[in-house]
Design a protein around this ligand. Structure first.
Ligand code: ADP
Ligand code: X2W
Length: 264
């Protein structure tokens, strides 16, 4: 079964054109089954600001206290999730919104060595059967990245890393849709970038903030055997469709240089 994990960044969900959702519905009817994972960072930060709660990010991940987690869940699993579901319905598809908590879709444990981040989780298991059941019913799953453990504790997870966990579990390509054309260096898109270049650009602080979890997610997918990972701009037409069908795409795609080196 052909699948495509599409990560919709919070930077772009509010401004995605209706053609974006039509593209997704078209993919499904052409036998490429989309699984949508979405973020919502800016909307969370906005509500926290309204509530007078401080926002702290460490390497692109939000410090998540108990009250912050409540807001994260409210915004992601409520507003943003249902917004995307409604857009897909409007485009003629059947979407079902769920968070990683529902059906224990995303099982998590606390992120290692990150006490300072609080209730941020790392996903170690994906309920594949639940997703397959939905997909086989003609449904497009729309997933909010709040995860859970067996004790019912919930965790905030970065949406890029949640999308990567799902892509790894299905060995499906991952297309990350953002508000930029890809990984930029001095304002220009880097069309293809390796794991080694990514490390260097993070060290040199050319890759910062929200781009850090994105590139880390991309590299970890490739290292786990996922064949294709890319970043495209959501406001530009047809890029997700082109990515899915293997056509040349304006954006950034990733590769592993370490492996190539081993074979030289
Ligand atoms: N080298 C880089 N190339 C592109 N964007 C970068 C880079 N370094 C940092 N960024 C920032 O990362 C942002 C994308 O991450 P983020 O805002 O978390 O997006 P999303 O909501 O799509 O996940 C860009 O808008 C940009 O401000
Ligand atoms: C742990 C962590 O940082 N979680 C993210 C979840 C949302 C997200 O990832 O949204 P974007 O895709 O818009 O960045 C957060 O709280 O902002």
């Amino acid at each position: 079964m052909k699948m495509l994990v599409i990560k919709c960044g919070g930077s772009t969900v509010d401004v995605l054109p209706s053609s974006f959702f039509t593209e997704i519905v078209k993919l499904k009817s052409n036998g490429i089954h989309p699984i949508i994972v979405h973020g919502g960072g800016p909307a969370i930060t906005e509500l926290l600001h309204t509530l007078d709660v401080e926002t702290v990010f460490v390497n692109g991940l939000r410090k998540t206290t108990v009250p912050v987690l409540d807001v994260v869940e409210m915004v992601l699993s409520g507003n943003v999730n249902k917004l995307i579901v409604r857009h897909i319905i409007k485009a003629g598809g059947i979407a079902l919104g769920l968070s990683g908590v529902d059906g224990m879709l995303l099982k998590a444990k606390p992120l290692e060595n990150s006490e300072e981040l609080g209730l941020v989780g790392e996903i170690f298991e994906v309920n594949k059967n639940l997703l397959l059941t939905l997909i086989n019913e003609g449904i497009i799953p729309v997933i909010s990245p709040v995860a859970v453990d067996k004790q019912g504790q919930h965790y905030n997870t970065n949406a890029d890393l949640a999308a990567a966990a799902i892509a790894k579990h299905f060995q499906a390509p991952l297309c990350m849709v953002s508000d930029v054309d890809g990984v930029l260096l001095n304002g220009n898109v880097i069309p293809t970038i390796s794991d080694l270049e990514v490390t260097k650009l993070i060290e040199e602080q050319h890759i910062t903030s929200g781009m850090i979890p994105k590139v880390k997610a991309a590299i970890s997918c490739l290292k786990s055997g996922v064949e294709k990972v890319g970043i495209v701009n959501g406001s530009k037409a047809n890029l997700v469709h082109k990515f899915a069908t293997g056509e040349a795409v304006a954006g950034t795609t990733f590769y592993i240089e370490e492996v190539l080196k081993q074979h030289v």
